[in-house]
Design a protein around this ligand. Structure first.
Ligand code: 2PG
Ligand code: MG
Length: 433
């Protein structure tokens, strides 16, 4: 296409909005020379990996607790916008490469990954608007789509509930369902059942950051027992209709080479801790486990993958930080068999797409994920469908910043129906029977 026919970026507006924790974040709107536009909001994590791209916060005294993002917004206004105006909006790779070069650091610490990502995502949305298609359709021209199978949180712990329990996420994967609506129905029933058990036993404090129940437990294993009971009370067979998925976010309780189960007042060395995780995998219907070890404890990762990788999904989140190079090291070294995908860990749409492609190419399962600090933006639902990733993790079955993503999958499904495009619910590979 000649450059005269390409739709060009005319301007970018960026401003502060607030995420689900009430913390400042960035919304960017990209304006095109044909009058169309696209916008996006960046999320924010709490249990962040050491190797994530840098989220630029002002740290200005008590102003919004030091969390304001005005410097990142100035970087969009003063540095990014002048460099992108006039570029073709459909050339996402060129746009992202330009911003990465302007930043010039390995972890986007000069301009801020939040500044770069807000613009990168807004450009993708603007390009989809330009072509009059939903974002997922712009990302893929295939004629058969997979609706990603959801991983949904029932109990929230770790950094998302002030350490009330050490394990961060107790989730479910409804692999016995054959449609998205069936997954949602099962989730509704199990979430309600878990709430009733916790309430009856006087162990319900409230809801954690991602809307899962904030419990009062004496041991981490109680979370597994409650989930199994909730599945049964809701009328499902644990391990047959539905499995347990854990995100341990273990780096949060890894200190000086040991693992501290704080609520149990136990300090475990890596081999003792490994045995705890292995016994859970052997004794409960666990089909997926994320960040079971800290990112620098690679030996334990390898051992678990070797022992359980054939029957359990083992996801690297803090381990890989959506970084293709790191993922390829993990593929080579057999550190895991799956990778969590979070746009803001790496800081641009193109690099995220590269990481998903590398995972698919090497038979690693990509799991597109939200952050604990989320917003009304549902970009990631389109990312999950458009890349044919196959799995989607957004938090619990409550709170609008979570439901907006689950609902967006339904909207995408409606679009597919109207367009007569084929689709099916993605199959979960590690169904445990
Ligand atoms: C994770 C995410 C989402 P955070 O660890 O996978 O649950 O949490 O955004 O706080 O890193
Ligand atoms: Mg995680």
């Amino acid at each position: 296409m000649s450059t005269e026919l390409m739709t060009k970026i005319k301007g970018i507006k960026a401003f502060t909005v607030f995420d689900s924790r009430g913390y400042p974040t960035i919304e960017a709107r990209v304006l095109l020379d044909n009058g169309k536009s696209g916008s996006a909001i960046v999320p924010s994590g709490a249990s962040t990996g050491k190797l994530e791209a840098l989220e630029l916060r002002d740290g200005r005294g008590n102003y919004f607790g030091g969390k304001s993002v005005e410097n990142a917004i100035h970087n969009i206004d003063d540095i990014i916008t002048p460099a992108l105006v006039g570029m073709s909006v459909t050339d996402q790779a060129a746009i992202d490469t330009r911003m990465i070069a302007l930043d010039g650091t390995v972890n986007k610490s000069k301009l801020g990954a939040n500044a770069i990502l807000a613009v990168s995502m807004a450009c993708a949305q603007a390009a989809a608007r330009d072509q009059d298609v939903p974002l997922f359709r712009m990302l893929s021209q295939k004629n058969h789509f997979e609706i990603p199978i959801p991983e949904i949180q029932i109990i929230g712990g770790g950094a998302h509930s002030a350490g009330s329990i050490d394990v961060q996420d107790f989730m479910i994967i409804c692999y016995g369902a054959s449609t998205l609506m069936e997954v949602y129905e099962m989730t509704f029933n199990i979430y309600q059942a878990a709430g009733r058990i916790l309430q009856q036993q006087g162990r319900l404090v409230g809801v954690a950051d991602e809307g899962g129940f904030w419990p009062r437990f004496n041991t981490n294993e109680e979370g597994l027992q409650i989930l199994v009971q909730a599945m049964k009370n809701a009328g499902y067979k644990p391990g047959e209709d539905v499995g347990i998925s854990l995100d341990l976010a273990a780096a949060e309780y890894h200190r000086d080479g040991k693992y501290a189960f704080n609520i149990e007042e136990r300090l475990l060395d890596p081999s003792e801790y490994y045995e705890v995780i292995a016994s859970w995998l052997n004794n409960y219907p666990i089909c997926s486990v994320e960040d079971p070890f800290a990112e620098d404890d690679v030996e334990s990762w390898k051992k678990l993958t070797d022992e359980f990788g054939g029957k359990v999904q083992i996801i690297g989140d803090d381990l890989f930080v959506t970084n293709k190079e790191r993922l390829l090291r993990g593929v080579e070294g057999k550190w895991a068999n799956s990778v969590l995908i979070k746009l803001n860990q790496i800081g641009s749409v193109s690099e995220t797409l590269d990481c998903i492609d590398a995972a698919l190419e090497h038979n690693f399962q990509p799991v597109v994920s939200a952050r604990s600090g989320e917003t009304e933006d549902s970009f990631i639902a389109h990312l999950a469908v458009g890349t044919h990733a196959g799995q989607f993790k957004v938090g619990s079955w409550t709170r609008s910043e979570r439901m907006v993503k689950w609902n967006e999958l339904l909207r995408i499904q409606e679009y597919l129906k109207v367009q007569n495009l084929e689709y099916s619910l993605s199959k979960f590979r590690w169904k445990k029977v």
